[in-house]
Design a protein around this ligand. Structure first.
Ligand SMILES: *Cc1c(COP(=O)(O)O)cnc(C)c1O
Length: 226
């Protein structure tokens, strides 16, 4: 794996307005350093403990994103350490993030994760759940979270028609929410969709942030790392 070359190829290919989050979960800090030295500064992790231990060992100007399912008891660890939480998948979680951010006098940037895939294992709001939350009084009183947009993961399948349709659905959700709730809000701008296997389709369907692991760092070996 030539990590530096992989990053460079991807950056050259992807339109400039699309942010690349290098998903470094399970990979050692030495690999992250190679990407960093190749000029990449945005990395994503999906477990709180792994994020913190890596962050400690790496340059301070790295922008960290959290992309995994976040339990409320781990919110405290994540909030002061990340630029963007992609994976807000419940009202309860958003509430917990807001509370923790208020304690620290921070504003935390979040994306609402939607369930767009066929697999039940993937988490996220249904569109109705998100509407209920956005219509609530409580959300108007959350002053320490900034909702930056939406995130979703497509079904793991070779059928790219299915994947494209799911991305299209996420884009549609984004547009409806923008019109109904965020029309004059300059922060609600992001659609996080696309991974190693489907980022090209995601970009065609309007992605503004792709989350790429395997294509940069190679296959993950969960057995060795867990
Ligand atoms: C692991 C992960 C990715 C990266 O997946 P690859 O297929 O390795 O590019 C993207 N998003 C989330 C939420 C992930 O957990």
């Amino acid at each position: 794996m030539d990590i530096a070359l992989n990053i460079k190829r991807l950056r050259d290919e992807v339109p400039e307005h699309v942010k690349i989050v290098a998903i470094s979960k399970t990979h050692p800090v030495s690999d992250i350093m190679i990407a960093y030295q190749a000029g990449h500064k945005i990395f994503g992790e999906n477990r709180a403990q792994e994020l913190l231990s890596k962050k400690d060992l790496l340059p301070q100007d790295i922008e960290w994103h959290f992309v995994g399912h976040l339990q409320t008891n781990k919110v405290k660890m994540v909030v002061p350490n990340v630029k963007l939480i992609h994976s807000v998948d419940s009202f309860k979680l958003l509430n917990a993030i807001n509370k923790e951010a208020a304690k620290l006098n921070l504003s935390v940037e979040c994306l609402l994760q939607f369930h767009i895939a066929r697999e039940e294992t993937k988490s996220g709001f249904t569109f109705e759940e998100a509407l209920r939350m956005l219509n609530s009084q409580e959300i108007k009183e959350m002053n320490n979270v900034i909702i930056r947009g939406v995130m979703g993961m497509a079904t793991f399948t070779d059928d790219m028609k299915v994947v494209r349709n799911e991305f299209r659905t996420l884009r549609k959700y984004f547009n409806i929410l923008k019109d109904r709730y965020f029309i004059d809000n300059k922060y609600f701008t992001e659609i996080s969709m696309g991974m190693s296997g489907d980022y090209r389709i995601a970009i065609e369907e309007g992605s503004t942030i792709i989350r790429v692991g395997t294509l940069i760092f190679g296959e993950r070996n969960y057995f060795e790392n867990d």
